[in-house]
Design a protein around this ligand. Structure first.
Ligand SMILES: Cc1ncc(COP(=O)(O)O)c(C=O)c1O
Length: 391
């Protein structure tokens, strides 16, 4: 291994969303935080260097989008995902959730219903509700220990009039990497019922061995035409604080509307720091990413085998992608507040409590594994030790 993911880096007192809010959010300052999805690893060296160079210029002026940046994105998606993007399909946005919210506002009517598949990343609910739309839930079903889409119910929601669907691909939480056939089936329904898809593919690079991400819009021209894909290097290379993402829209009318709204909100300017960092990540970060994926796969194995041995009442859904594990804790017999008390007060760990992902997540917890293995082990030990007496 060239990169040392075992190294513990003290992130406290760095204005870290993850490390500096424990007292405020959980009532316990001595918590190991394995919740919000950022990683406790340094970004690839090329990214750090690009940022240092940019900072050293000393004048932080308005910035234009560079061709080199766009080309880096295009080259990367061709190399890594065999997806050939065109520069005119791309628009930058400060964040994926910003794009989701804009897309809900632009591509659905006020008061109409927007489909999501629960349990899902909680801002999906917010961007629907806060734009005064209704959430149309298609609960995922567990088959053979993993989530699958319920196509019958999905079709019914479309028959009932939903014209927009938010897809999470790979899926957070649960770590499903949707297979080509599943996405084709979803695409066929969207074509049949004229449903627009906003596909959040932020986790597309975090794919564990044996699985392959399929960009939804790469399936066919017809599917691309009804899709806005939201992408970012921020999860992959641990840059979420740089607030950089982009959308891909082959449909020029949808893209025009999206661009116009970004301009209206004045969110269209290039980020002084992010651009060079993103370019470096895509151009020079893949060796780091390949090692990261090996390390994360190791963390998944450690977590699953530790929990199987020490707390068999908890059942882990084996992830295919993302750096999270999703575990069914209903065997512990605790309600939502009981699970919070167990984590925050008795164990001194913060995992994400499952009901925030939807009703179907009640009784589940999500652990962010993107940390040095020794921290993960310590968190698992604390959790299992504290959980045992409640059984
Ligand atoms: C599925 C998904 N979408 C979007 C985001 C956040 O994206 P951004 O910070 O660009 O809004 C996350 C972060 O955890 C996520 O898991």
């Amino acid at each position: 291994m060239t990169f040392n993911f075992d190294r513990i880096i003290d992130r406290s007192h760095t204005q870290s969303y993850k490390w500096d809010q424990s007292e405020k959010l959980f009532g316990n300052k001595d918590i190991l935080p394995l919740w919000v999805a950022d990683m406790d690893f340094e970004s690839p060296p090329a990214v750090q260097l690009a940022l240092q160079n940019r900072v050293s210029q000393g004048i932080y002026g308005y910035t234009i989008k560079s061709e080199a940046y766009t080309n880096a994105i295009i080259r990367y998606f061709k190399r890594r995902h065999r997806w050939e993007l065109k520069p005119q399909w791309l628009t930058d946005s400060p964040g994926i959730v910003t794009s989701l919210s804009i897309a809900v506002d632009l591509f659905s009517e006020p008061g109409s219903s927007v489909i999501l598949q629960s349990p899902v990343y909680y801002p999906f609910y917010d961007v629907i509700r806060m734009n005064n739309r209704e959430v149309a839930i298609n609960p995922l079903v567990i088959r053979n220990g993993r989530y699958e889409m319920n196509f019958d119910q999905l079709e019914q929601l479309m028959i009932d009039g939903s014209k927009l669907l938010l897809l999470c691909s790979p899926h957070n939480p649960g770590g499903r990497v949707w297979e080509r056939e599943e996405l084709l089936q979803l695409g066929a329904l969207c074509i049949q019922y004229g449903v627009t898809v906003v596909s959040d593919e932020i986790h597309c690079d975090l794919i564990l061995p044996g699985h392959q991400h399929t960009p939804f819009a790469s399936l066919s021209e017809e599917i691309a035409n009804l899709t806005i894909t939201c992408l970012a290097p921020t999860k992959t290379f641990n840059l979420p604080g740089l607030q950089s993402s982009f959308i891909v829209a082959n449909n020029s009318e949808m893209k025009r509307k999206f661009d116009y709204r970004l301009k209206t909100l004045s969110l269209h300017m290039a980020h002084y720091l992010a651009q060079d960092a993103v370019q470096a990540a895509y151009d020079e970060g893949e060796e780091w990413l390949d090692e990261l994926l090996i390390y994360l796969d190791g963390n998944v194995r450690v977590a699953i085998s530790y929990l199987e041995e020490h707390l068999p009442e908890v059942k882990v859904m084996k992830p295919e992608g993302t750096y999270m594990i999703w575990m069914d804790c209903r065997g512990l017999g605790l309600d939502v507040s009981g699970l919070k008390e167990l984590m925050f007060l008795r164990a001194g760990v913060a995992f994400s409590e499952g009901s925030v992902f939807g009703l179907e997540g009640q009784g589940w917890l999500r652990i962010n594994l993107a940390c040095p293995r020794s921290i993960l082990q310590e968190a698992l030990e604390r959790f299992c030790r504290a959980a045992k007496p409640t059984l």
